[in-house]
Write a protein that binds this ligand. Structure first.
Ligand SMILES: [Mn+2]
Length: 276
């Protein structure tokens, strides 16, 4: 059977982007869906986002470093004097309050990597490296040895996490693909960063195991996504608006986060909710 696989990664709470990508994928006569992790936050998508992704029955559904971070917060790990950790925890509180406990558990128990064989092609799938969902070692221009490690003994390695669409090869010629980010596109290059269309990729694998890779970028309504965030009373709404309009994250801007946390009493929220 001919497989046309839509590969999505890094949705990051952006339901509007996910809807646009799924509509495009349907038009492209996709037969399978794979998701490489980082489903929630900092966007408002929670229960409905879960249901939307679950409805296409992804054959692969991985966990990313954000899910691991969310798990760590819920397990009680974090420092109240670290503004970035308060930011992450306050968003986690929002998620816990907007997602059913059952679906929360389902997502948090996904693996960080897996391997599947399609028409004789062995494909490794991971959020970042198969053994570790964090790190900068697979950024597009990173060292070749890191990509050789990723490829392992697979024919094709597919990973997410960097939010940038790339295709390259290992030293042996194994194919390496990153579908980019559905909910949070990124580029270090200013001209491309201005293009905030939602990313995904389609892998077409025929009966003979021949593969074609297609990178897609889909327009969606950012204003609608921001209205959704407002309706849902998403914490750090202003920062989310900045992120959606520019692509720039402020996750590590301690000075800004300290100010916003103080303005909204987020530190107190986190202390009360998680007992930090
Ligand atoms: Mn990630």
């Amino acid at each position: 059977m001919l497989h046309r696989i839509a590969v999505l990664a890094d949705i990051h709470g952006n339901l509007s982007a996910l809807n646009a990508v799924l509509a495009d994928a349907q038009q492209q006569a996709v037969t399978d869906y794979w998701f490489l992790g980082d489903l929630f936050l900092p966007g408002p998508g929670a229960e409905q986002l879960y249901a939307t992704l679950a409805a296409v029955k992804p054959a692969v559904w991985l966990q990313g470093n954000w899910e691991q971070g969310i798990n760590a917060v819920v397990a009680g790990k974090g420092r109240i004097d670290d503004s970035s950790q308060v930011y992450f925890a306050r968003l986690t509180e929002y998620l816990v309050q907007h997602l059913s406990p059952e679906h929360f558990q389902t997502v948090m128990q996904r693996p960080i990597a897996t391997t599947v064989t399609v028409n004789g092609l062995m494909i490794s799938l991971s959020h970042n490296q198969p053994e570790r969902s964090t790190g900068h070692d697979l950024y597009p221009a990173a060292e070749q040895a890191n990509f050789d490690h990723l490829a392992g003994n697979a024919d094709v390695a597919v990973y997410g996490h960097t939010h940038q669409q790339i295709m390259r090869v290992s030293d042996k010629g194994q194919l390496i693909v990153n579908p980019g980010a559905t909910g949070q596109p990124y580029s270090p290059y200013k001209k491309f960063m201005a293009d905030q269309r939602a990313h995904y990729a389609i892998l077409t694998i025929d009966d003979a195991g021949r593969i074609t890779v297609e990178f897609r970028k889909v327009e969606y309504d950012i204003d609608q996504e921001l209205r959704l965030a407002q309706q849902q009373e998403l914490p750090y709404y202003e920062l989310y608006e900045h992120l959606r309009r520019t692509g720039s994250t402020i996750t590590h801007d301690q000075a800004l986060l300290t100010k916003v946390n103080a303005e909204h009493g987020y530190q107190t929220d986190v202390r009360e909710f998680f007992g930090w």
